[in-house]
Design a protein. Structure first.
Length: 163
């Protein structure tokens, strides 16, 4: 599915756009993906299309950066993604942030494909998002992502070690 630049409206359109972004990243060999959401509950992370794209995309020199307030919903709602994450732990970095770290605003959800695109969820209630392939839009979104990333802490480990 091709995605056109501009505003996306509706949950189904947002989910389709996310899927298309994962597929594009796999096809074009994007070096880094950045995903940001409060909990990733409504993302299609366990869909066969997304997991297939992630399998194609994941190579040792690539990096997937996840940023969320918590990962419990993701663990509960996306068991296939959690399994994929265990297998590809060497390319995944996951961090948690505090909601007050968003004092400067920022998107309610974000997917960045380094050098390819930015998909920003602007209103989670109405499912309004903006997709862009412009370098300036990606840079602005990356700055927001990096600002919160720097204040976050490691989270969502691939396995739980017991004593």
């Amino acid at each position: 599915m091709d995605i056109t630049e501009g505003v996306i409206s509706g949950r189904e359109a947002f989910v389709q756009a996310l899927t298309a972004c994962f597929q594009r990243a796999a096809q074009e060999g994007c070096r880094e993906l950045c995903l940001w959401d409060a909990d990733f509950a409504h993302w299609p992370l366990s869909s066969p299309e997304v997991l297939d794209a992630l399998r194609q995309w994941a190579l040792p020199h690539r990096r997937l950066r996840l940023l969320a307030t918590q990962y419990e919903d993701l663990r509960r709602l996306h068991p296939r993604f959690v399994s994929w994450r265990r297998h590809w732990d060497h390319v995944v970095e996951a961090r948690a942030y505090e909601p007050q770290d968003l004092s400067g605003g920022g998107p309610q959800g974000l997917m960045l494909g380094q050098g390819l695109f930015s998909l920003r969820l602007l209103d989670a209630r109405l499912w309004r998002a903006a997709y862009s392939g412009a370098a300036a839009d990606e840079l602005a979104a990356r700055e927001s992502f990096d600002a919160v990333w720097q204040r976050s802490c490691e989270s969502f480990s691939a396995s739980t070690l017991g004593l």
